[in-house]
Write a protein that binds this ligand. Structure first.
Ligand code: TXA
Ligand code: MG
Length: 324
């Protein structure tokens, strides 16, 4: 599904006036504003309730739009853009002076990404410049993967929403810092290994806190309470699922393998395959939340691929382990 030309025209008009437009991407919906308009960028922080120290990703329609936003567009960036753009990879580089410091929360580097969604690309092209795009949720809450998720959080006056259907990837982009040993600051569908293959060097995989404590400082959005539903959420294992169900009912269980009905427990099924699980996770969390249970129980995913690890990263921010 893609937004129609009238909607794109209306969106561009609003962006030119410094207003906010939510747009679909392949990962989650973004809350768009003119990345070169400091006042519009400040409005994004205000409307999201986002802490001023958490920088925004800048969305471009191609590498040509990215180059003037950075001091220098290195070979590594070119290679990654060729391999993964449009796609779920945000590349961190020293910013050019024209990028307002609000965008980077005062920091020296800007994260750049070219989203793989026809509506996002059409919007950025029609606007003719880069757009900031944090996930279009209130700060700290679950990211939106449909247009109606966005409409639940923001008024129509504050945010014009382009509907591009459900996001196909479902978790946010991988963020990678270049220079020295490149390092993944936020895990996503694209892994450190895949990035390393393209660059022909080692890439440090995501570590919640680097040995030198630096990762936390470089990706300030990676605080622990994040992607959280309103109801308390618990990760359960085959050992803890029964006691959790007894103790915390009425509950909603996001189940992969153990889909048994239990008294006081509603079940939402999620697929056992990593990519499709990722695509459905936030929708399921929001559905569970909307049922206002006493608790949301999340069956611990069974797999150990890079994508499952990126999913675990989101789960451990949204939920605590029951009984442990
Ligand atoms: O998939 C995505 O990246 C989505 C879609 C809409 O493109 N956007 C997104 O944005 O997830 P947001 O703001 O929800 O998350 C951005 C993450 C945060 O953890 C932030 O701290 C980090 O990227 N980040 C952004 N700019 C940064 C910078 N200059 N330095 C370090 N970390 C940065
Ligand atoms: Mg976010």
């Amino acid at each position: 599904m893609i937004a129609g030309p009238e909607d794109i025209a209306e969106a561009v008009d609003r962006l030119k006036r410094g207003q906010l437009v939510a747009f679909p991407t392949e990962t989650v919906y973004g809350l768009g504003a003119d990345a070169l308009n400091a006042q519009a960028v400040r409005r994004v922080f205000e409307v999201k309730g986002r802490p001023a120290n958490n920088p925004l990703i800048v969305h471009v329609s191609d590498p040509d739009m990215a180059r003037p936003l950075v001091v220098n567009w290195p070979r590594q960036a070119e290679d990654l853009a060729r391999a993964f753009w449009p796609g779920p990879l945000s590349i961190l580089l020293p910013k050019a002076a024209r990028v307002p410091s609000e965008v980077t929360a005062g920091g020296p580097e800007v994260a750049l990404r070219c989203p793989d969604h026809p509506t996002a690309l059409a919007l950025i092209e029609a606007f003719g410049g880069p757009l900031v795009g944090p996930s279009a949720n209130l700060s700290g809450h679950v990211s939106p993967t449909t247009a109606s998720h966005v409409r639940e959080s923001f008024s129509a006056e504050d945010v014009f929403v382009l509907d591009g259907g459900a996001c196909t990837r479902g978790i946010e982009s991988t963020v990678v810092a270049l220079g020295g040993t490149p390092r993944v600051l936020r895990p996503g569908i694209i892994s450190a290994g895949q990035i390393g293959e393209v660059l022909g060097c080692d890439v440090a995989p995501y570590a919640p806190v680097a040995p030198d404590g630096e990762a936390f400082a470089r990706a300030p959005g990676q605080q622990t309470t994040h992607y959280a539903p309103r109801c308390p959420a618990w990760i359960v294992t085959p050992e803890t699922i029964e006691p959790a169900a007894r103790e915390l009912s009425p509950a909603v269980l996001l189940a992969i393998l153990d889909t048994r009905e239990r008294p006081g427990v509603k079940v939402i099924r999620l697929p056992g395959e990593d990519l499709t699980y990722a695509a459905g996770l936030y929708r399921a969390l929001r559905e569970a939340d909307a049922m206002s249970p006493r608790a949301i129980l999340i069956e611990a995913p069974p797999g150990d691929t890079d994508i499952w690890r990126a999913i675990w990263d989101r789960l451990t921010r949204a939920a605590r382990r029951f009984g442990g």
